[in-house]
Design a protein around this ligand. Structure first.
Ligand SMILES: [Zn+2]
Length: 287
């Protein structure tokens, strides 16, 4: 598949997809770091409104744009030249030029991952409407996975727009037919809802969050219900391997919930790119 579409792509398409991925990855870092804080502040405001209490003092504006990025340690503002994806991290040797505090490796990792996934997406799907929409799908999944990994939250602000967008893009049948997309969205939510309540009945524990249901609903909307078994199998497989590795390597308490969102997101992305091949692997007779 890569060869056919790749032949029609200009030689400039993949490098441009990579550079574009680096820039979007840099923005996704901001989303991953700030969206949870913005949500927390919203909840606090709502709680004060419901309880009719006064918040403790006015706070400075905080969104994806303001305040400007600073070193969390010494508050030194990050200059434009220090904000170049990956290169700045290498040039600064991973340390703040003001105080020498280590900069998290997650920043260049998210930038590199976004660039890589953008290149593969355009390489496989081509530089057309489907390819560009797939980049949006990829970017939202990276942000959702990053936030879930860090905070075990999957914000509605990401999963629900992804769900609606998935239904909309499939009106003209971009990735699947509209009927499969609608059934996929409903079935994606329902299957995890059933597993969640079944698991709770059996063990008295809650194995995942409601954000996971909405994320799988979004994946069903984009890829159709036919992709759901593959996504669930892949996500559980990778999740189990990583979970067992964490317990063995780090002695992680097995009762601490491991976020499922990153595995769902990874499986959903793989299903977008290699869905037909994966489906054929599981169901050689076809569905
Ligand atoms: Zn600093």
């Amino acid at each position: 598949m890569l060869a056919e579409t790749g032949a029609q792509l200009g030689s400039w398409a993949l490098p441009i997809a990579g550079v574009f991925g680096l820039l979007i990855g840099s923005f996704l870092n901001v989303v991953i770091a700030r969206l949870p804080v913005m949500l927390e502040r919203d909840w606090e405001r709502e709680a004060h409104a419901i309880l009719e209490t006064e918040p403790a003092g006015e706070r400075e504006r905080f969104d994806l744009i303001r305040p400007r990025s600073r070193c969390p340690q010494c508050q030194r503002p990050i200059r434009a030249l220090e904000n170049v994806p990956i290169l700045s991290f290498l040039f600064l040797r991973g340390r703040c030029p003001g105080c020498g505090t280590r900069i998290s490796w997650q920043y260049p990792a998210v930038e590199a991952l976004t660039a890589l996934l953008f290149v593969v997406t355009i390489g496989y799907l081509g530089l057309d409407a489907a390819g560009l929409l797939a980049l949006v799908f990829t970017a939202v999944l990276i942000a959702a996975a990053g936030i879930d990994a860090r905070t075990t939250l999957l914000p509605d602000q990401l999963t629900l727009p992804l769900l609606w967008l998935g239904l909309l893009v499939n009106i003209p049948g971009t990735f699947t037919d509209l009927q499969s997309a609608v059934i996929g969205a409903a079935a994606g939510y329902l299957v995890l809802w059933l597993i969640f309540h079944g698991f709770r009945l059996l063990t008295g524990k809650e194995g995942m969050g409601f954000g996971d249901f909405k994320l799988l609903a979004a994946l069903g909307a984009w890829l159709g219900w036919q992709a759901l078994p593959v996504i669930l199998l892949l996500a559980s497989l990778v999740g189990a391997v990583v979970g067992i590795a964490l317990i063995l390597l780090r002695g992680r308490d097995r009762n601490i919930p491991i976020p499922f969102g990153p595995y769902l997101a990874a499986a959903g992305w793989l299903a977008l790119i290699w869905g037909d091949e994966l489906l054929a692997l599981y169901f050689p007779q076809g569905l």
